[in-house]
Design a protein around this ligand. Structure first.
Ligand SMILES: NC(=O)c1ccc[n+]([C@@H]2O[C@H](COP(=O)([O-])OP(=O)(O)OC[C@H]3O[C@@H](n4cnc5c(N)ncnc54)[C@H](O)[C@@H]3O)[C@@H](O)[C@H]2O)c1
Length: 353
């Protein structure tokens, strides 16, 4: 067994200010830098460290190689009263998806539903931040994205589909909101990158190596394929993300999205964002009371042997969020070093001196 590495705790406000300074130092506008930093730090706070500030070095490398346009701002075209399209202009995926969900929310307020397709975008990290944006406006949401090939289709052996997350949410009353955010693989590929960064092993059922053998070595796993959850069902969900995010939007699809760690060409990611007003068929209080009842039924369900507590989708991440607001965000030294190297490159203050 690997020894757990010592953690260095950084307050979230420090991580946010650091991220913004690295981004603006690389040519991102202050407005977009704030959106991106908020999303990355929210991922770290929710315990989704695989999709948080540790992504900075790979994102900055894409800017340095000229395959991601740091200064781009998304443009929006209204297609019908309830449908709009965002062109991410090959800028960061975060401002493109944020602008898309903001417009979807406006349309949902007026018409009950708003749907936005996003093209020519990039990786937007943890999908749950887009769901949270909708929740903050009192809206239900669907948030899909496609991503670079990592997963074989069922029966195949080559990387073809992305480990593309499916996310959705719904507000509640006094109980926690529903937030589902899941990749269609046994585990998100970011968890393998994280294990590699931290010198840790991975469970045997996450991936196959290049020879098609099970492996606990993250390096070997990255050279092979991720395994879909639930066999053909996980593989079908990955195809679904590509239909709605890639085919429909006009972005890359069918294995042609570029990996965020590959700085050789633009990614051309597509997203699919829907906001739904929850009080369409009953009053808002009724809807919220029904969501509260659902929460209570789920977490109050009879537990299987060995289980102490049943969690609602998104609940573990919300608990971690509240804890990390107090404790700070845990990093290992190798992660701090990588972030500080980025600070040196643009001459801004390090995250830890
Ligand atoms: N942008 C991209 O291209 C991309 C690609 C892959 C993954 N991701 C992100 O990676 C993150 C991790 O994905 P994942 O599939 O590994 O997530 P996960 O397996 O950790 O969680 C999936 C879902 O299951 C719920 N869950 C987990 N444990 C639970 C429990 N014990 N009880 C009840 N519910 C539980 C979580 O709340 C979550 O909604 C997500 O935020 C996803 O958006 C992004």
């Amino acid at each position: 067994m690997d020894q757990p590495q010592e953690k260095i705790y950084i307050p979230h406000a420090t991580a946010k200010a650091f991220t913004q300074s690295i981004l603006t130092g690389n040519g991102v506008s202050p407005q977009n830098a704030k959106i991106i930093a908020d999303c990355l730090v929210l991922a770290d706070l929710r315990g989704v460290d695989t999709h948080g500030t540790n992504r900075i070095p790979s994102y900055m490398e894409r800017i340095r190689q000229g395959v991601l346009n740091a200064s781009a701002s998304p443009s929006l075209t209204q297609i019908t009263p309830v449908v709009a399209q965002v062109d991410g202009q090959n800028g960061f995926g975060f401002p493109a998806a944020q602008a898309g969900m903001a417009r979807a929310i406006e349309m949902a307020r007026e018409f009950g539903i708003g749907f936005v397709s996003v093209k020519h975008s990039n990786h937007f990290g943890m999908s749950a931040w887009v769901v949270q944006q909708a929740l903050d406006a009192g809206m239900m949401s669907l948030v899909f994205t496609n991503s670079s090939p990592a997963l074989p289709v069922w029966g195949g052996r080559e990387k073809l589909m992305g480990v593309s997350p499916l996310a959705c949410g719904a507000p509640a009353g006094k109980e926690r909101p529903f937030i589902l955010d899941m990749a269609p693989s046994v585990a998100a590929r970011g968890k393998i990158y994280k294990a590699k960064r931290r010198g840790e092993k991975i469970p045997n059922d996450w991936a196959l190596d290049a020879e098609g053998r099970q492996t606990d070595d993250p390096e070997a796993a990255l050279g092979g394929v991720m395994l879909p959850m639930g066999g053909p069902k996980g593989s079908a969900l990955a195809v679904m993300m590509d239909v709605f995010s890639g085919v429909l939007s006009g972005s890359a699809f069918a294995g042609h999205v570029t990996n965020p760690y590959d700085p050789s060409r633009p990614a051309d990611v597509g997203h699919f964002l829907v906001a739904i007003k929850p009080d369409l068929f009953m009053g808002l209080d009724d809807f919220k009371a029904r969501m509260d009842y659902l929460y209570q039924r789920v977490v109050g369900s009879e537990k299987m042997a060995g289980v102490d507590r049943i969690y609602y989708p998104g609940e573990i991440e919300q608990i971690t969020h509240d804890e990390r607001l107090k404790t700070g965000i845990p990093y290992v030294q190798a992660e701090i070093d990588a972030l500080n190297q980025e600070a040196e490159k643009v001459g801004v203050e390090k995250i830890v001196l």
